[in-house]
Design a protein around this ligand. Structure first.
Ligand SMILES: *[C@@H]1O[C@H](CO)[C@@H](O)[C@H](O)[C@H]1NC(C)=O
Ligand SMILES: *[C@@H]1O[C@H](CO)[C@@H](O)[C@H](O)[C@H]1NC(C)=O
Ligand SMILES: *[C@@H]1O[C@H](CO)[C@@H](O)[C@H](O)[C@H]1NC(C)=O
Ligand SMILES: *[C@@H]1O[C@H](CO)[C@@H](O)[C@H](O)[C@H]1NC(C)=O
Ligand SMILES: *[C@@H]1O[C@H](CO)[C@@H](O)[C@H](O)[C@H]1NC(C)=O
Length: 286
């Protein structure tokens, strides 16, 4: 009998005086004890990003009633960032880091650190923390950002992409999330990425049962690669020619570990195109 224990993969941090201290205080509280990992290589199983490879990646530090947590996000226009609802819900404000690579280095060249107030955070009204349904939120930035090689939005899927399941396709997930399943491990100092494969919905449902909805998209972890705590809300994209299209936002993994053969689960962005259009000024293409 399979158990359906799942965990959302934001990382809780302790209250602290400055962002620098915050990064040092990142602690794993949601993670259950796991057996020593057979899959020791590390995003788990990924590689360090090189500069400007992921200009749409955002780092998010949430302040919720004085304590903090860490997530990823993704720039989808010069004014809007998408993330997971479980990251944004209840935040008094969110610090958004754009154009970053070494996340602890707030002075990084060309990087933009912006604060988004609660009034500019929209969490999906039907987000349900019990079955992790509608795990999506949108942040309106306090200013339009200048697009450059370092800070550049990713394409949203089109309405015609919404008809495809992308099963078997190679995709790229990125984030500063934990790089292994060891208890107590913290976020990665550098942005990392992994190339993974989209798993058929039926296979994903075999593992997670009723938690998998048509609004999810899963990737395999069979090769020891996947998302982990701290990657929540961050992107998984597909490369098509020169362009990348956003397919998913990191949502949850098995509580047994990030890459215990259980799939990585994402919000399927194409399912929420109308919702995104409704809460932004973005035109979705057909
Ligand atoms: C990746 O970045 C980490 C942290 O800066 C560093 O320790 C490691 O050597 C890098 N790995 C490679 C292959 O460059
Ligand atoms: C959250 O915000 C409050 C008020 O600005 C501040 O005192 C506190 O240090 C912040 N906590 C974190 C974890 O950023
Ligand atoms: C959230 O999901 C659970 C499990 O499916 C369900 O029992 C509950 O009624 C849902 N809550 C809301 C507010 O829809
Ligand atoms: C954010 O909220 C603070 C306090 O309510 C306010 O002073 C500030 O002007 C707001 N900033 C924006 C960009 O709305
Ligand atoms: C954006 O670019 C304009 C024109 O080059 C410049 O004046 C402005 O300061 C830039 N804004 C930011 C936030 O970098």
């Amino acid at each position: 009998m399979r158990s359906f224990h799942i965990i959302v993969i934001s990382l809780a941090v302790l209250a602290s005086a400055s962002a620098f201290d915050l990064f040092d205080d990142l602690e794993d509280i949601s993670f259950m004890p796991v057996e020593p990992s057979l899959l020791t290589s590390r995003i788990i199983g990924g590689k360090n990003a090189t500069f400007n490879d992921f200009p749409y990646q955002a780092g998010l530090l949430m302040n919720k009633s004085g304590s903090g947590s860490w997530c990823g996000g993704v720039l989808i226009s010069d004014k809007y960032v998408l993330t997971a609802a479980h990251c944004a819900k209840g935040a008094d404000y969110i610090d958004v880091y754009l154009g970053a690579k070494e996340i602890r280095n707030l002075e990084e060249e060309g990087r933009l650190n912006l604060r988004v107030n609660a009034s500019n955070i929209v969490v999906h009204a039907a987000y349900n923390a019990t079955d992790i349904r509608n795990d999506i939120a949108i942040l309106k930035l306090p200013q339009t950002v200048n697009i450059s090689e370092q800070i550049k939005p990713v394409d949203l899927p089109s309405y015609s992409d919404a008809a495809q399941d992308f099963s078997g396709r190679s995709v790229i997930a990125s984030g500063w999330g934990r790089t292994n399943d060891e208890p107590g491990s913290t976020i990665s100092p550098v942005l990392r990425y992994a190339e993974v494969f989209v798993q058929p919905e039926s296979v994903c449902r075999y593992y997670f049962g009723q938690y998998i909805l048509s609004s999810n998209i899963c990737t395999e972890t069979a090769y020891g690669q996947g998302i982990c705590n701290g990657d929540s809300g961050g992107p998984v994209v597909i490369q098509r020619g020169e362009k990348r299209t956003l397919l998913g936002l990191s949502s949850f993994v098995s509580s047994r570990g990030c890459v215990k053969c259980w799939p990585s689960v994402f919000v399927r962005v194409s399912y929420f195109l109308d919702w995104i259009a409704q809460h932004s000024d973005i035109q979705i293409s057909l």
